[in-house]
Each structure stands twice: as C-alpha cells, then as structure tokens.
Ligand binder design. Structure first.
Ligand SMILES: [Cu+2]
Length: 355
C-alpha cells in the first residue's frame, strides 16, 4: 500500500542524522512529564492556555480539500484522521503517537511560549473529585451536560451503562470549542474501507462528553495498568492496550477513550477533544514503563502497516519508515529512532513510572 495517501505530500526528506540528535539529552536537559492532577492550578491553566493558543492560530491546510481545518488545532485533528488507518491497531501505533505528541508539545513551546511540563492524565485515578474534569478554569474541561440514560453499545458484543453526561461540555477550558469533523465509526478501522467522502467537510458540533466511571473501574483501574506495563511481549501489550475492537474486551487505551465519550469514542476524530493529548501522554507513560520493565523485549513491535491488517500489509519492523505527520513533519523516520524517550528527537522521562 502507498504510504503517500496524504494529499499534497512531498517526497519525504531524509531524517536528520541520528547521531546529531542524541548528544544533548542528559539528566540536566531532560524534561519530566507529570500527572495533570499533581500540577499547581496556575500550571494547569498555563497548559490549557497553550492549547487554546494553538487553537487560535490559522490553519495551514488547503481549505478546499479540508473545509474542517478551520484553525491549526484542527490541522492536528485532520492529520490524525488522515493517518488513522495506518497508525492504529498497527505496528506503528505507539511510536507514531509518541512522536505526534512530541510535535504538538514542540508547537506549544515554540509557537505559544509554553514553559511548563507536559502533563498526563492518569486514567487509573478516581474520577470522583478529580481536578481533571471538575470544569473549573484549572481543569481539562467538564463532563457533558446530562443527556440520555440508555446503555451504550460499543460494538456488537459490548454494551456499557450510560455515563453522567452525554451533552455538550458545560464549563472550563475548551467548553466553547467547535468540533468540525463529524463522528466516524471505529469499525471503519476493522473493515479497512475508505473513509466516507464527507470526512473532511465542515460539520460543526459542540464538544460533548459522557464521563463513564464504569469504563474506568472495569478497564483502566490500577491493576489493569500495572498488568499492561508488565505484558510479557509486544503482542500481549497490544492486546492489553487495545483489547479486541468489536469484541467484548477493551484495553486500557480504548477504554480510556470511552471514559470520556463524545468524540473520544471515534478513534479517527478524537483529537478534537484536547483531553486526547493528556490521555495519550499517559499511554506513552505506560509504553515507557513497559519498555523499562521488559528490557529484553523493549524494542519488539507487533502489527502490520495497516489497522487490523486491513487491507493486508507487511509487518512493521525497526527499519520501517513511519507514516508522516502531515505537514508537521514529513521526514522519513524509521521506527527504531522513536523507541527511546531519551535519545533521538526525545529527551524526557516521567515523574512516576509504573513498576
Ligand atoms: Cu490516534
């Protein structure tokens, strides 16, 4: 399959010399990522302000081709949607997302002057009383307004109770945002069918949420997270992270999306809800923990170059070139360059790893 489905993609430039990337990371230059709920209120607000700042920048995408790309934040959502079929349920998943977060962080720092740490949302924490969703100016936004009580079918074999929201976000950062990409059923990932023709149309909606304690207690509790970070190999890690889409089990990653609900329930367009970054940073924390807990398999990969191997494709190897990140980075970066959080383009660790 062609790696160049992203329209207007230029021929990939070679990646920067690996050795040049490495020299500057040491314990003094390394950033430490922290839990959002451990940050001081002003620190939390500086983080959401930086995301608001990206949202206030103009789009750099072609308006005719991507009418939904109404600002730079939505460019990230569009790029992620465009790449979804290659970088989920595939061998690229964890490393592609690691670098996507890195690019967004870089943008927050370079474009918006963000100086604080990059936070993660520890989704094994109790939701009750959590500062993450309390809807204050120091949160990551509130739950959605109560709307409906019917159980939610996440697939043919999986029905969970309704959460406490379902409607538009009520307060806090991002509650006045407009999602411009319509919901795309995650089952598109399994079928490998092309995305609907209207995928990038301007389709305005409020950001909705439906905070779901059942999903959290069942699939992202602390023992699930510990178990995931001790998966014996990359295949087991994939199962514990993503479960079986369309089946009856969720992994910590898919379940975390369903804790928030709304657009987070659509893998393709979930970036539209900014909780996405803190969620995926926590997933990267789990991945990093897994790598450190399992040194003998830390660089193992599991999966092919297409989601759920549909259409069928070759296995991803350490030398496979990552699908690009749209205009945010078109370099040809091999997977092996993105395995280590303190080498190559990365220089960070976490305040708390899971052992
Ligand atoms: Cu994703």
């Amino acid at each position: 399959m062609s790696p160049s489905i992203f329209a207007g993609q230029a021929t990939a430039a070679p990646a920067p010399e690996w050795s040049q990337w490495q020299h500057s990371c040491n314990p003094h230059t390394q950033q430490t990522r922290v839990s959002f709920s451990s940050m001081a209120p002003e620190q939390r607000k500086a983080y959401t302000d930086a995301i608001e700042c990206i949202h206030s920048q103009p789009s750099n995408l072609d308006k005719a081709q991507y009418p939904a790309a109404v600002n730079k934040y939505q460019d990230y959502s569009v790029v992620h949607t465009n790449r979804t079929g290659q970088v989920h349920l595939s061998g690229f998943f964890l490393t592609w997302h690691r670098y996507f977060i890195h690019l967004f962080e870089k943008d927050m720092r370079e474009t918006c002057g963000y100086k604080g740490p990059l936070p993660y949302w520890d989704f094994s924490e109790n939701l009750q009383g959590s500062v993450v969703f309390d809807g204050s100016p120091y949160s990551l936004g509130s739950d959605g307004a109560p709307n409906g009580t019917a159980p939610i079918a996440l697939g043919p074999q999986l029905v969970i109770p309704h959460g406490t929201g379902g409607g538009c976000m009520k307060s806090g950062p991002f509650s006045d945002w407009t999602a411009t990409l319509g919901f795309i059923d995650p089952l598109f990932l399994i079928s490998g069918a092309p995305l609907p023709k209207n995928t990038y149309d301007y389709n305005p909606n409020c950001l909705s949420r439906d905070i779901n304690a059942y999903a959290a207690q069942t699939w992202t509790n602390y023992s699930e997270v510990v178990m995931t970070s001790h998966s014996p190999n990359a295949q087991a890690l994939e199962f514990n992270v993503n479960g079986v889409i369309g089946g009856s089990a969720l992994g910590v990653h898919s379940a975390a999306h369903f804790i928030v609900g709304g657009f987070m329930g659509s893998i393709h367009v979930s970036v539209q809800d900014p909780i996405w970054w803190a969620l995926h940073t926590n997933l990267d924390r789990i991945y990093t923990s897994w790598q450190l807990n399992n040194p003998s398999v830390a660089s193992e990969l599991y999966g092919t170059m297409t989601a759920h191997n549909a259409p069928p494709s070759a296995n991803v190897t350490l030398d496979s070139i990552e699908p690009d990140w749209g205009y945010f980075d078109r370099s040809a970066i091999p997977v092996k360059n993105l395995l280590n959080t303190t080498a190559g383009p990365f220089c960070y660790t976490y305040d708390k790893l899971i052992s």
